[in-house]
Design a protein around this ligand. Structure first.
Ligand SMILES: [Ca+2]
Length: 271
């Protein structure tokens, strides 16, 4: 299997889906959103528009807008070229800009940084329950806390004051990295989340797959949702508002693990 990294940086290029015949090319994607249209990687939900209002790299980013009371955001989700199964790993990196006044108020949890996983056959292949970081207890001034849930298990990783601070700063570009080691046994799974250079969550207390045979689906799987930024706002956005995203990169163990490491030696895509 070739360990080819496909980069879409600065272009719309993204290879066609593999035929499932074992000739998968890599799933490394790296988008700086400097073109006129969203890359075709965002094949599940392409919500968002290219904007020059804010940028981390170059002069453009993706502007993601919620209307007041809008819950179903459908912002930026894409299916990888190949399926990921038990023992596989995925790294994601992107940058966000939440303007001054951005109101995170939500009825329960704001669903953030999601990956869809599910059964390995049928129309719902790779689609079943989400692997989620949720933002909780945030509002018009507070930036709240992170929590984690793999929805097949319905058990929060953190409770009450144990939840790690979100670290969100309004009106500032921030870089988020997350890592998942996919496994149905908690002690063999791993979840990590970084805000800029800070490792906020590092845990193997929750399984990341609902069953040993579950998969993160590929572009060949009709109902799977893939890797998502923000897709649903419980109770709806409290106001009409926009945020911005730039420099989205995804790598897997199949395309090749990132060679960069954080200060503790953990592989990550990096800043
Ligand atoms: Ca850019």
């Amino acid at each position: 299997m070739p360990l080819t990294c496909i980069t879409g940086r600065g272009s719309l290029y993204y290879p066609p889906p593999d035929s499932g015949g074992g000739s998968e090319v890599g799933s490394m994607v790296d988008f700086d959103f400097e073109d006129d249209e969203l890359p075709s990687f965002f094949n599940t939900y392409a919500g968002g528009v290219i904007s020059t209002e804010q940028a981390y790299s170059g002069t453009r980013s993706v502007k993601c807008t919620a209307a007041e009371d809008e819950a179903n955001l459908d912002w930026l989700a894409g299916k990888p070229l190949h399926r990921l199964t038990q023992g596989d790993e995925i790294w994601v990196r992107f940058r966000t800009f939440f303007p001054t006044g951005y109101d995170f108020s939500v009825s329960t949890s704001l669903k953030f940084l999601r990956v869809d996983q599910g059964a390995n056959s049928g129309v719902n292949r790779g689609h079943g329950a989400h692997i989620d970081y949720y933002l909780q207890s945030a509002n018009d001034t507070d930036v709240g806390f992170w929590n984690f849930i793999q929805e097949d298990i319905q058990s929060w990783m953190f409770a009450g004051a144990e939840r790690p601070p979100s670290g969100i700063i309004r009106n500032t570009w921030q870089t988020w990295n997350f890592y998942l080691l996919l496994h149905s046994v908690a002690s063999s799974a791993r979840v990590r989340l970084w805000c800029d250079e800070t490792l906020i969550i590092d845990s193997n207390t929750r399984a990341t797959l609902g069953a040993a045979t579950n998969e993160v689906g590929s572009i060949a799987d009709g109902n799977c949702q893939g890797v998502m930024f923000m897709t649903y706002w419980n109770g709806g956005s409290p106001q009409a508002q926009s945020c911005y995203l730039d420099d989205w990169a995804i790598s897997t163990n199949i395309s090749g693990a990132p060679t960069a490491t954080d200060g503790a030696g953990n592989p990550w895509i990096g800043l």
